[in-house]
Design a protein around this ligand. Sequence first.
Ligand SMILES: [Zn+2]
Length: 76
Amino acid sequence: MERKTFELGDVVLMKKQHPCGANEMEIIRMGMDIRIKCVKCKHSILLPRAKFEKSLKKVLRSAAGEEPQATDSDNG
Ligand SMILES: [Zn+2]
């Protein structure tokens, strides 16, 4: 099993594509819920963390511009 890690500002690839045709989303808010913004139409969506993780396919690029790394920090 692969652990998905994501951070604020990351651009992620979703399993389900947005009605506008894009499936890349930027994480604009993190917390109990995750707010993501469609990179194409700029529409933002609020998802419960569990649902977001389920819908997440992979992290395309991190905000820092580095390869995503698996860490065990902060899961709460
Ligand atoms: Zn969209």
